[in-house]
Every structure is written in C-alpha cells, then in structure tokens.
Design a protein around this ligand. Structure first.
Ligand SMILES: O=c1ccn([C@@H]2O[C@H](COP(=O)(O)O)[C@@H](O)[C@H]2O)c(=O)[nH]1
Length: 241
C-alpha cells in the first residue's frame, strides 16, 4: 500500500524560470508544493547557489540534471550533487548499467561526506516530450511504454531508487516492477491545460491513480492567471485521486 502523504509532498514545482521569479513563485505556492525542481536552465545560469536559494525557503530539492556521460564523469558529478543536500537527482537510464551504478555510488558518497542523507537517484526512461514516432526515429524498438519498461528494468537492476516516466507508463511500471521504485511523472496537465511540447501528458488524478509518487508541474502553474489557485487545484486533485 502506498503511504498516505500530504498532497504537497507529492508535487514538485519545475522552476524553469529566472531565479528571482522562480523563488517568488515557489514562496507563493509552497502551501501546496513540497519540492522545487532545479533544472538545466537554472543550474547552467547559477549553479549551486540556485539550490541553496530554494533550500533557504524550506523546499526539498529535485536536481534535474539528467546526467548522461561515462561512468567516471557521472560519479564525480553525482558526488557534487549529493554534497549539495538535494533530495532527488536525475540521470538518463540510457547511460547504461555501469553509469547508473556510478551515479548511485557518487551520490551516496558525496552526501555522506557532507553529513546529508543520500539523494534518491532517479533514472529518466523515455522523455515525456517524445511521441511514438520520435521514439521510433531515435531507434528505440517498440511502443514508448515498451521502450520505457526496458530502460526501467535496466535501471532498477543497476540499483537506482526510482524512475522518471510519463503518467501513461506509471501503471505498467508498478505492475512490472512492484511497489518499491519511486515513480516520478512530469508531463502533468490539468484538464484543459495546453500540452506545449509534452507528447505523453495526463492529468494529476490520472498520474496518482497510475501509481506515481511525485508529480512534476511547471507551466500549468507558471502560466496560470492565479498560480496559487492552480497549485491548490492540483493538490486537491492529487488528494482526491
Ligand atoms: O521526461 C521528462 C523528464 C523531465 N521533464 C522535466 O519536467 C518539467 C516539466 O515541465 P512542464 O512545464 O510542466 O512541462 C520540465 O522541467 C522538464 O525538464 C519532463 O518534462 N519530461
């Protein structure tokens, strides 16, 4: 049985905004959102101070760097991430078993060296932006779900703590992989929200019912006329799913 957590512990704000705007937005929606996701744009511009700025607001940090390189390089980067006291760190499952093992080792050792809890290392399976046609075009055989499951099995076998997938794949992941992997689903769109570049998006309720532990939401909150109301509505949908 999945743990009963307050809805805010199940929602991450994708802070893909200039840092000052992202911090102001997180402060506004924090009653409904427990994690701030620091992704590539914030980290490329500001580096670790972006992480520290959200930590000062009490956010748990989801560092979404999607590491994908040779094992030694990923281990070094994961160790630096672990040392920042982040809660979640992403790597690409397609980096392969040795790279995934190196990421887990680096993240644990980096955290330990600074007295932090080890972050959960999450393996990104098939990006939620990719359509079935694009998945085929990059050379992955089968449907997006089949491709994602293959990568998920590899990543779990390599010792990662969780997986990033579309809400559409979450139920199959739970069925095939059981209750243990922490499932994180971006590609969240409340009914009527613009999909933008997300090809395999679903509603917050769909994602929760499919077994997702953490929902990542960016533009549906950023672009809402009332971001606090949008975050509250998502949290209510998560609670009642
Ligand atoms: O497969 C993936 C992996 C990561 N993401 C990230 O999640 C957010 C989604 O933002 P929205 O504005 O809600 O679309 C974004 O930071 C992505 O980098 C993903 O979308 N899909």
């Amino acid at each position: 049985m999945t743990e009963v957590l307050p809805a805010r512990e199940r929602i991450a704000l994708a802070a893909d905004l200039p840092l000052d705007e992202g911090l102001r937005l997180y402060e506004r929606v924090a009653p409904h959102v427990g994690y701030a996701k620091v992704g590539l744009s914030l980290f490329v511009e500001h580096g670790p101070p972006a992480v520290a700025a959200f930590q000062r607001l009490g956010a748990r940090i989801f560092l979404d760097l999607k590491l994908h390189d040779i094992p030694n390089t990923v281990e070094l980067a994961a160790a630096r991430a672990g040392a920042l006291g982040v809660s979640l760190l992403t790597v690409h499952a397609a980096g392969g078993e040795s790279m995934l093992r190196a990421a887990v080792k680096g993240a644990r050792e980096g955290a330990l060296a600074k007295g932090h809890a080890a972050p959960r290392v999450l393996a990104v399976t098939v990006l939620t932006s990719l359509s079935a046609e694009e998945v085929a075009a990059v050379g992955l055989p089968g449907t997006p779900e089949e491709a994602a499951l293959r990568l998920a099995r590899l990543a779990v076998g390599a010792g990662v703590d969780g997986l990033v997938c579309s809400p559409r794949e979450a139920a199959a992941f739970r069925r095939e992989l059981g209750p243990t992997p922490f499932l994180c689903t971006p590609g969240i769109r409340p009914a009527g929200a613009a999909a933008g570049d997300q090809s395999r998006a679903e509603t917050p309720a769909f994602a929760r019912r499919a077994g997702a532990d953490l929902l990542v939401v960016g533009r549906p909150i950023h672009t809402a006329p009332e971001p606090l109301a949008a975050a509250r509505a998502i949290a209510e949908e998560v609670s009642s799913a």
